[in-house]
Write a protein that binds this ligand. Structure first.
Ligand SMILES: Cc1ncc(COP(=O)(O)O)c(C=O)c1O
Length: 424
């Protein structure tokens, strides 16, 4: 049996529409190579993970060196050096007073823990999330996820979760236009608190850009308005940086674009360039509201993943990767905007840094062009490019390459995307 046949027989893939028909053998930088030796430009980074490039030498070396010394000890039962060093580094690179990290293995676990901590600190138990958001596949994270395509057949969910219309300007819930809307979607938070809760809200949770929702990019002053209302009601702000963190959007963390300070930040994906790790960080006062017995993880803060993460963050700082992502993103968005003028199927190009969404629509009513998106992705694959496809209607092509992608590779991306649209 070959790999694909073994997947069909032994790997539970019944929950995905399809696995892309590429058997990957190796990857380096922004290039993925399959078992036949065919190269692809990676524009999805294993879902926004390998920000510092596949098989980043510095990261791999750090992980190897740590593996020779210690693979596991449980970083909450004993002291582990890489865990401590990474926590110190995160306190330095995260904004505001965020200081103490709890380490997990994944994004969902990081959000779960962040929600638990928000309850613990505030003594309150309700949450407000965003429509079109995504926060993970566990019970609490699905409860605050605003998308029934992810929640279907999994309910009933946690009580006390309610949702605010997304800051999705292209499909504004209120049918208004920015800036004349005066941020109606953010101001609705006041109504949601008043009418949809019993005034016991622990936290508001949001992604700085809604990744799985379709790279929905809130207006610049959106989170300032949210912060104002949240502070008034003594509601914490939990920011989900799982997808936007670690230079992806052109800043170390996506929320830095908006000039607000989160109370708790959850992270994962890009933290260790592919080694499994997540975490949530809070200021000392909030973090210390956990009491003995309140939380733990066997693998969280694994020494190998932490050593990889330290090297990863050092690489990001040394190479000014956030600035690179910003510059490269501007170039790619500029080129994609040019294509949008030629191909009617492209409704909008949006995003920040190298987190770019191309929303595809059939007509001026903005009918989602999801089957066309699927076709474009298949053609791109044939031509040696691997973009993502997502969004609440499944019609957003996602361009999220490793941030080390070269100028020549970006030009090739544009050439292939152009050709793919010309063939449909
Ligand atoms: C914003 C966001 N939060 C949470 C998660 C869940 O992360 P994980 O798959 O590591 O559990 C994801 C995954 O795509 C995500 O994009």
């Amino acid at each position: 049996m070959n790999t694909i046949e073994k997947y069909k027989k032994y790997v539970n893939i019944s929950m995905v529409e399809k696995v892309q028909p590429v058997v990957i053998e190796r990857a380096n930088g922004a290039i993925i190579t399959d078992i036949e030796g065919k190269n692809y430009i990676d524009c999805f980074s294993g879902i926004a993970v390998t920000n510092a490039g596949h098989s980043n030498e510095k990261v791999v070396e750090a992980a190897k060196a740590q593996m020779e010394k210690l693979v596991h000890c449980c970083s909450y039962a004993y002291y582990s050096q890489p865990t401590a060093d990474l926590a110190e580094k995160l306190a330095q690179v995260t904004p505001g007073r965020l200081q103490k990290t709890f380490f997990t293995n994944s994004g969902a676990e990081a959000i779960e823990g962040a929600l638990r901590l928000a309850k613990q600190f505030t003594g309150k138990s309700e949450f407000i999330g965003l429509q079109a958001s995504f926060h993970g596949r566990s019970y609490a994270t699905l409860s605050v996820t605003g998308n029934n395509a992810r929640k279907r057949r999994g309910g009933p969910y946690m009580v006390g979760c309610t949702f605010l219309p997304a800051p999705y300007c292209y499909r504004c819930f209120f049918e208004l236009e920015y800036p004349n809307c005066h941020l109606r979607c953010a101001r609705a938070l006041e109504d949601i608190i008043r009418f949809n809760t019993y005034d016991n809200v622990a936290a508001f949770i949001a992604e700085p850009l809604l990744g799985e929702g379709g790279i929905i990019t809130p207006p610049e002053d959106y989170f300032l308005e949210i912060e104002k209302i949240s502070k008034k009601h003594e509601i914490l702000f939990v920011v989900d940086e799982v997808q936007t963190g670690f230079c992806r959007t052109g800043k170390m963390f996506g929320i830095e674009h908006y000039g607000v300070e989160p109370d708790i930040m959850a992270m994962a994906k890009g933290i260790a360039d592919g080694f499994p790790l997540g975490g949530f960080i809070a200021g000392e006062e909030v973090a210390d509201s956990f009491r003995p017995g309140d939380h733990l993880s066997t693998f969280g803060g694994n020494p190998v993943s932490c050593a990889a993460a330290i090297a990863n963050i050092e690489f990001m700082l040394e190479t000014n990767l956030a600035e690179q992502a910003l510059r490269k993103g501007e170039f790619l968005r500029g080129e994609l905007d040019r294509l949008a003028k030629r191909y009617k199927l492209i409704g909008e190009i949006r995003g920040k840094g190298l987190m770019i969404g191309m929303e595809l629509v059939r007509d001026s009513q903005k009918t989602p062009a999801n089957t066309e998106g699927d076709k474009i992705r298949d053609i791109c694959l044939e031509l040696g490019l691997l973009p993502g496809l997502g969004g609440i209607y499944g019609n957003v092509l996602r361009i999220q390459p490793p941030l080390v992608i070269s100028q020549d590779e970006m030009k090739e991306v544009i050439k292939i995307v152009d050709l793919a649209f010309s063939k449909i």
